[in-house]
Write a protein that binds this ligand. Structure first.
Ligand SMILES: [Zn+2]
Length: 295
């Protein structure tokens, strides 16, 4: 899937498409609690059984002549405590190369935050060692995010940092940046803290068109109508809810398109008012005003 926002090209490369129980990510999002919204959640975001559709994808962005990867998924060969994410052996590198992003040609890697499913392809295993997957890229990580996780004592997280963040830092490829860092003249980080301390989204503005790549502000569109539903992995749940509400309020009724990092949408979507909260409006690709499907 590929879209255009003004002059900016965005291609989604999917590593995993899962259907998960509420307990996997959003404990409140049970089939019973989702049922009143099945009319707009099915079939795009919830499956026949009421399970949550949950995508792991990297977004390949071309802006101002730069090849930029936003979030690097789970990665291959990594031992993880979540069975769905452990020791994968997928064709991710082949798929990004097919989309015009050979790993040696990538200029920038942006991690919206440093969780397991956003840093995996930062590195790859070669002769038993973790080496940077994108040897000629700068890896942008926000200062507070790096500070927080580099001091995390939890053993399973330390392993993630050790195999997916430390090797790129030690190779001198990491640039620690502010949470509102200007990436190119068309792309800027947008601070959206709560899920993690230095969590950022990516705002795109080009030729009067706007889109936002969410990162993990929300893991699933059902949080539009229930911004109070917290994710099992939120570091600061209350702050995460405040951030979600601000974000939804900002996008609601505007032309800003939203690209949900874990959302199983085939196009960017709009946010509209719904009940006392919000929901998403999925438009078919050729009727979206701002996002012109490339293919
Ligand atoms: Zn995530």
């Amino acid at each position: 899937m590929a879209w255009k926002i003004g002059d900016v090209s965005i291609t989604s490369v999917i590593e995993l498409d899962l259907s998960v129980d509420a307990s996997f990510i959003l404990p409140d999002a049970t089939p019973e609690n989702l049922a009143p919204d099945f009319d707009w959640l099915k079939p795009d975001f919830v499956d026949e059984d009421g399970k949550l559709k949950f995508r792991v994808q990297a977004l390949l962005v071309e802006s101002c002549g730069q090849k930029i990867i936003i979030d690097t998924c789970v990665g291959n060969d990594k031992k993880r405590t979540t069975p769905e994410w452990s020791e994968l052996n997928g064709p991710f590198l082949e798929n990004i190369a097919k989309s015009g992003f050979k790993r040696e040609e990538v200029d920038l890697v942006i991690c919206t935050h440093l969780h397991v499913d956003h840093v995996g392809w930062n590195t790859m295993k070669v002769n038993g060692k973790w080496i940077p997957t994108f040897p000629n890229a700068r890896y942008l990580i926000t200062q507070p995010e790096f500070e927080h996780w580099s001091h995390e004592k939890d053993q399973s997280y330390a392993q993630i940092f050790g195999d997916s963040v430390a090797p790129v830092f030690e190779a001198g490829l990491v640039e620690l940046v502010d949470c509102n860092h200007q990436i190119t003249s068309e792309l800027q980080l947008m601070p959206t803290p709560g899920h993690t301390p230095g969590h950022c989204s990516v705002a795109i503005a080009s030729r009067g068109e706007e889109a936002i790549i969410t990162g993990d502000i929300m893991h699933h569109p059902c949080q539009c109508v229930h911004p109070e539903w917290e994710c099992v992995a939120d570091t600061f749940p209350q702050l995460a809810e405040i951030t979600r509400r601000k974000f939804l309020d900002r996008c609601s009724g505007s032309d800003t398109l939203v690209i949900g990092t874990h959302w199983s949408a085939s196009t960017p979507v709009h946010i509209i008012k719904h009940k006392s909260a919000w929901k998403v409006k999925v438009s078919s690709a050729n009727s979206i005003k701002n996002a012109k499907n490339k293919s």
